[in-house]
Design a protein around this ligand. Structure first.
Ligand SMILES: *[C@@H]1O[C@H](CO)[C@@H](O)[C@H](O)[C@H]1NC(C)=O
Ligand SMILES: *[C@@H]1O[C@H](CO)[C@@H](O)[C@H](O)[C@H]1NC(C)=O
Ligand SMILES: *[C@@H]1O[C@H](CO)[C@@H](O)[C@H](O)[C@H]1NC(C)=O
Ligand SMILES: *[C@@H]1O[C@H](CO)[C@@H](O)[C@H](O)[C@H]1NC(C)=O
Ligand SMILES: *[C@@H]1O[C@H](CO)[C@@H](O)[C@H](O)[C@H]1NC(C)=O
Length: 616
């Protein structure tokens, strides 16, 4: 595919600086008595900064100074350009194994677990740490590969964990080590990017400690919201695919899990968060690893202050609820300022987002320490929450660190990628219906990852690699992701980009009209994140700067949509792309050998993450 001439423009040059100091990881909940110390007050004054978002080198992180970090780093730091160098490496040893799961107590099914846990272990690090995860694949007959969602992987593309793009899958019995740097901070997650495996349990949360754009007392940690099926994702994926061939929607989810649990009929239990202290502020890290029901998330009687969208700190935004599409994260703060009682936390299906209608409301219980009975069934009600499927817009999610997207090259350079279902011929010669982006369904070969093409300087990329070259560093690229006007299935798609955050210039219904440029788009500090919702029957305009050489997937995060091809990959500045080392090569040799006799050959795009989804 050819990439048109691009006018050279300015850009976010990145400078990888380091102040080479070890950052003390000060996560102790000091000031707990509720009284700021003198130092707190001084810091608070310098760190409550909508107007003066400048780093204060004397400022350290604490309940009243969350925007500070340490040694000159703060929420005001341009994390594209610099991050602390802690000199610290956090290491994890993980083993992926077959197991069984029944999180709501009603149905036991095969699943996979990392170190015996479902969801997998939470990975903790401090901003600036190096993270090293050694993964052993003990699943007897399937490959694996872990993707670190939202992690920029600056200069470390071979660690991105995408079989067929940045690596060969990890052969059963083999071990590989991922090493990468936490240049960003906040809440994210990891998941297997090897076909359906993620939906069977190969996922978990990542917490990178760092500054925040608003103060809080306690961090309640990650709170994973996910839907759950009683069939394995491989079975589910096949059903979804077959239904698509017949023009029908995929099967409904059986339940939705909040923090790994829920009640189904007479079995299971509600997730409980207890001992909330009156007037304290709590941070909750919401992660959507779900696929099916579109849910609006809220806590009865309490407002949320949203402080991050994905890994990007935003100006605190107060709202009654958030709508989270798959792969997205919101860190929210709520204040325990209501009567000491128990309250429902809700993840409620939104029909406007084309949800399945089975068990639409997932519930959890939040209770105050001083409640008469912390185990009492809450009597709270949801109040009136929006029922639309609209993501928060650019006026709600304003990045804390201000960036301006350069618009001078937009008209010359912008390209449209159509997203639709289409007829395509697969390798076995059958006509099948697939999801596609730019009307070609992606199909990668596990044993020939894109980075291998780059390493051998082979530019004969198969057309089904959906590879778009971005040869030049230091420029802005702009993309309109469009559902065609005549689409048969106008549904929203959460679009996720690897290796970069993107800026959400705008979105709308119908077909994007370039003649209305630029007034309809936001150029001054637009929302920045790594997943955004393409409205059903509409368009999404995004921009990102080329500042990270490598092969980066951009795809719909709905499991079986990417399974059925809804993805492209950007090959950025291939001559400067980091390549796999000898261990990486070795892994490929093992896989290539294994694949000759493997029990379960590839039956999909190779990239599907969940296969247990979804709406249609
Ligand atoms: C391995 O893959 C096969 C088919 O692709 C699937 O049926 C099976 O459930 C998978 N096993 C695990 C443990 O992921
Ligand atoms: C979620 O579950 C984990 C494990 O059971 C627990 O430690 C954690 O406190 C729970 N999170 C919240 C916010 O309740
Ligand atoms: C997760 O994302 C999917 C797809 O966008 C959406 O349907 C679902 O509601 C989301 N779940 C939550 C808990 O927000
Ligand atoms: C989209 O597909 C068309 C037709 O195959 C092709 O000419 C164009 O280059 C593709 N767009 C991109 C951005 O690759
Ligand atoms: C380049 O890749 C193509 C497609 O996979 C392959 O057919 C060809 O043999 C490769 N060329 C070289 C020199 O390896």
């Amino acid at each position: 595919m050819r990439f048109p001439m691009i006018t050279h423009t300015c850009l976010l040059a990145y400078i990888s600086t380091s102040l080479a100091e070890t950052i003390p990881s000060d996560h102790i909940l000091w000031g707990e008595g509720g009284r700021p110390t003198t130092l707190d007050k001084r810091q608070q004054a310098s760190a409550t900064p909508t107007s003066t978002r400048v780093a204060d080198s004397a400022c350290t992180n604490g309940p009243f100074t969350r925007s500070c970090w340490s040694d000159g780093f703060s929420a005001a730091t341009d994390f594209d350009a610099k991050w602390p160098t802690t000199g610290k490496m956090v290491t994890y040893n993980w083993e992926l194994q077959e197991s069984t799961c029944n999180p709501d107590g009603s149905d036991t099914r095969p699943c996979v677990k990392i170190n015996g846990q479902f969801p997998g272990p939470t990975l903790y690090a401090d901003w600036g740490d190096t993270i090293q995860v050694t993964l052993k694949n003990s699943v007897p007959n399937n490959g694996t590969g872990i993707h670190w969602h939202g992690i920029r992987q600056l200069g470390s593309c071979p660690q991105d964990g995408v079989p067929g793009i940045t690596e060969c899958p990890l052969t059963p019995g083999d071990t590989r080590t991922y090493t990468f740097k936490a240049t960003q901070f906040g809440t994210t997650w990891y998941h297997s990017h090897f076909s359906a495996q993620y939906g069977d349990g190969a996922f978990g949360a990542i917490v990178i400690n760092g500054p925040a754009s608003s103060n809080y007392d306690y961090d309640l940690g990650p709170y994973i919201l996910t839907d759950w099926y009683y069939k394995t994702s491989w079975q589910q994926g096949l059903l979804a695919h077959n239904n698509l061939q017949a023009g029908g929607p995929p099967p409904n989810a059986n339940t939705v899990l909040i923090n790994g649990t829920n009640v189904k009929g007479s079995t299971g239990s509600y997730a409980k968060t207890q001992n909330l202290i009156k007037d304290k502020k709590y941070r909750l890290r919401l992660i959507n690893t779900s696929a099916d029901n579109t849910l609006r998330v809220s806590l009865d009687n309490h407002k949320f202050t949203v402080i991050t969208a994905d890994l990007v700190p935003v100006k605190p935004w107060v709202t009654d609820s958030v709508l989270i599409s798959v792969g997205q994260r919101y860190d929210v703060i709520f204040t325990a300022n209501q009567a000491a009682a128990t309250y429902w936390f809700r993840a409620s299906a939104v029909a406007a987002c084309v949800s399945s209608n089975d068990n639409p409301d997932a519930l959890a219980i939040f209770s105050y320490k001083d409640a008469p009975n912390q185990n009492a069934t809450p009597s709270s009600s949801a109040g009136s929450l929006p029922r639309d499927c609209n993501e928060p817009d650019n006026t709600n999610l304003v990045p804390w660190v201000t960036n301006t997207v350069d618009q001078t090259a937009f008209m010359n350079q912008v390209q449209t990628l159509d997203v639709d279902i289409s007829q395509t011929v697969t390798t076995n010669g059958q006509n099948i219906v697939v999801w596609s982006i730019n009307l070609t369904a992606i199909n990668v070969e596990w044993q020939d990852p894109t980075l291998e093409y780059v390493a051998t300087k082979n530019t004969s990329y198969p057309s089904a690699y959906n590879l778009i070259e971005l040869p030049k560093e230091g420029i802005w690229t702009y993309w309109i992701i469009q559902e065609p006007a005549d689409t048969r299935v106008p549904i929203p798609h959460p679009i996720h980009l690897h290796g970069h955050d993107f800026y959400v210039l705008g979105r709308g219904q119908g077909v994007f009209d370039p003649s209305s440029f630029p007034s309809t788009l936001t150029w001054q500090n637009p929302t920045r994140r790594d997943v955004a919702l393409l409205p059903g029957g509409g368009w999404l305009a995004i921009a990102f700067p080329t500042d990270n050489p490598g092969a980066w997937l951009m795809h719909c995060h709905i499991a079986w949509h990417v399974s059925d091809g809804l993805a492209v990959q950007f090959l950025e500045a291939k001559d400067q792309a980091p390549l796999g080392d000898s261990a990486w090569q070795n892994g490929c040799s093992k896989w290539t050998e294994y694949q000759k006799t493997m029990k379960y050959p590839k039956t999909d795009s190779g990239l599907k993450m969940m296969m247990r989804d979804s709406y249609f």
